[in-house]
Write a protein that binds this ligand. Sequence first.
Ligand code: UT7
Length: 332
Amino acid sequence: MSKIRAAITAVGGYVPEYRLTNEILETMVDTTDEWIMSRTGIKERRILKGEGLGTSDMGAEAVKQLLEKRGIGADEIDLLICCTVTPDLVFPATANIITDKIGAKNAFGFDLMAACSGFLYGLTTGSKYIESGQYKKVVVVGGDKMSSIIDYTDRTTCIIFGDGCGAALLEPTEEEVGIMDAIMKSDGSGRVHLHQKAGGSVKPASHETVDAKEHFVYQEGQPVFKFAVTNMAEVSAEIMERNNLVSDDITWLVPHQANKRIIDATANRMGVGEDKVMLNIHRYGNTTNGTIPLCLWEWENQLHKGDNLVLSAFGGGFTWGSIYLKWAYDSK
Ligand code: UT7
């Protein structure tokens, strides 16, 4: 019997309507469009507006779209993994809320937290449930409402992040397509450079933590940048070597969209030209868990069965990794 692989068989995405442009940010903090563009490549990001709306609302929209494309019902989903750092609530899991909102009555679900690498960790985890033969339809959602943890008076972080969510359906295949290989890494000592200080068990929320703005993203940009450039490029080169891939074999690099300069360094290291790099950072900024599935969603129409994709990410934790997959379908 041939090996069962997990293949992406549909993707969905959702970005909120409201556009927070660099020009608007210029009126909020001491910054310029020129600085933001030259340092990050970001022009605008989407922000989820509306009372009572959270990550699950974007996730539910992305999954509904994916189900419609695949022509299946929500009750056919076996498992839903939601990768996020901005869950609706600390508990229960946002995955449970999404399954409820879409009516996925037969699914179990859980959240997975690996910051910007979360979607890759989620795809890897989901693929194992498929490869085991036990589950047939696993949905991996990646997304964040970053605006809920961003301090819009801090010019070093508010220019980077945006809101958005994507989702991918994994199904079994015995063909030579799907997830071929994955390398996932983490180094918890990096947590000092990128984290949220309060709201967890070490420092529960209090008046003091709110006054000290400790529920917002804390980031030391330069060390994170340095580690990101080195590790994202390194792990992408490693997965190519391990699978005997040369640059000409790569159809698309699908990088986490944190900073255009980090993406360029990764593409250079892989020997991949700009025309093979999925890039939408200028329109959405860094949506954390949303960046990679949103790229797949936007490029889906250009993908063909057998295309070689390398997905790469780096983020808080530190966490990083690469997935090599062969695209499983021609879009209709
Ligand atoms: O996805 C999660 C992982 N996160 C990342 O991958 C982010 C990695 N880091 C970065 O992308 C970059 O470090 C940033 C975009 C965050 C910052 O760019 P940088 O080139 O590293 O700038 P910097 O932090 O070294 O700051 C340079 C200068 C500073 O001023 P002085 O001290 O030289 O006078 C900053 O205060 O730029 C200043 N600055 C700004 N100026 C205008 C910082 N933010 C801004 C701003 N507008 N928004």
